[in-house]
Design a protein around this ligand. Structure first.
Ligand SMILES: *Cc1c(COP(=O)(O)O)cnc(C)c1O
Length: 353
């Protein structure tokens, strides 16, 4: 049985959260002398002299419309990185609790666990980059609070089998975090609609990938109202700044443009895959549900360094478990992709001459 009360850290349960000026008064007024802001204004033309809405009501409302999710199921973080950190800080007792990750996967889960002094247990993906459910189950004990699933996974690019993820959700009494940073590029559908069914589910998404707004630092966690309430209690009061809130609102009006970009990136992912497959030095192109492709290539490190001399930088994953000789390649613009393909052909030519 899933009991959220049993998962929350004692100090967080007892915590009286910071009450900001904007929390204590949120009605209509025309003279705001409650927050020690600069009443005269700022060097900027907008209202940046005022603290932003600590609850980001307008952004959540609009995002909720786009996603078909009620605003009270939405938490916004300063990037997914903040959501990850807050999940550790809310549910994991340093030096006692543990969490499970399935490498190769996104590096921040482990870094954030280490920062918070939380034990990391690893159930590596199988050869086909799918979950090892038996290993996963064997790692769970009474102090296992979170299981991190990344789908589509970074750096492998594949989606995890939905039925495997459902097995974890149905059998684990802690919280299952499904990181969907790349979901917009996937053939698989999101777990967002499953929030009603699973009280132990947290779905993470981000404005950094499909929305094209990595510079804003805006990450999203969708979950039950009870879980969202805890994250809100622990977060810094003004974690999403005014500029980010305004720009996110603007971006949320442009769903059509974002969908056009997604379609184009997915098309170019397919075209690049075909081209890589035809290259003699390429040993494997892993099927991708993301906006990047994992490619196994002969002498990966040397290819990586050769491309650097041409001003092209990829992510070298050749030292990562299960990713020997693999490079992770982000889908670029048409022009960038052409430069990459030409450079790879130069590399091959230099080898055969
Ligand atoms: C890029 C990425 C994110 C996004 O992180 P932000 O902090 O929101 O930019 C989250 N999860 C995974 C797996 C990623 O690859």
């Amino acid at each position: 049985m899933f009991q959220l009360e049993k998962l929350i850290r004692e100090n967080i349960k007892k915590l009286t959260p910071y009450s900001s000026a904007r929390d204590e008064f949120s009605g209509e007024a025309k003279v705001f002398l409650d927050a020690n802001e600069n009443s005269l204004g700022s060097p900027l033309t907008k209202w940046y002299n005022r603290y932003p809405d600590p609850h980001q009501r307008m952004v959540k409302e609009k995002l909720g419309m786009v996603k078909g999710i009620a605003p009270e199921h939405i938490f916004l973080g300063n990037g997914s990185d903040e959501c990850i950190d807050l999940l550790f800080r809310s549910f994991c007792e340093p030096g006692r609790d543990n969490v499970i990750i399935c490498p190769p996967t996104y590096g921040m889960y482990e870094v954030s666990a280490n920062i918070n002094d939380i034990e990391i247990r690893k159930a590596p993906l199988l050869e086909d980059f799918q979950l090892d459910l038996v290993h996963l189950e064997n790692l769970v004990d009474a102090n296992t609070k979170l299981i991190w699933l990344c789908s589509p996974n970074n750096p492998t690019g594949n989606s995890l089998n939905r039925s495997d993820m459902e097995t974890v959700l149905n059998n684990f009494n802690g919280i299952v975090v499904v990181d969907e940073a790349y979901i917009n590029f996937a053939r698989q559908k999101t777990f967002l609609q499953e929030l009603v069914e699973y009280p132990n589910l947290v779905v993470m998404q981000t404005f950094s990938k499909a929305w094209g707004l990595a510079g804003l630092r805006l990450g999203i966690a969708f979950a039950s109202v009870a879980i969202i309430d805890i994250l809100n209690k622990v977060k810094p009061p003004y974690n999403i700044n005014q500029a980010t809130q305004e720009l996110a609102l603007k971006a949320l009006d442009e769903v059509g443009q974002v969908n056009d970009m997604i379609r184009l990136l997915v098309d170019m992912r397919g075209a690049l895959t075909e081209i890589f497959l035809a290259m003699p030095t390429v040993e494997k192109v892993y099927p991708s549900d993301a906006n990047f492709i994992l490619v196994k290539i002969k002498e990966a490190r040397k290819v990586y360094e050769f491309l650097l001399t041409k001003g092209i930088v990829l992510r070298d994953r050749s030292n990562v478990q299960l990713c020997a000789d693999c490079l992770r390649i982000t889908v670029g613009t048409e022009k960038e992709n052409t430069l990459l393909v030409d450079a790879l052909q130069d590399w091959y030519a230099s080898k055969t001459n």
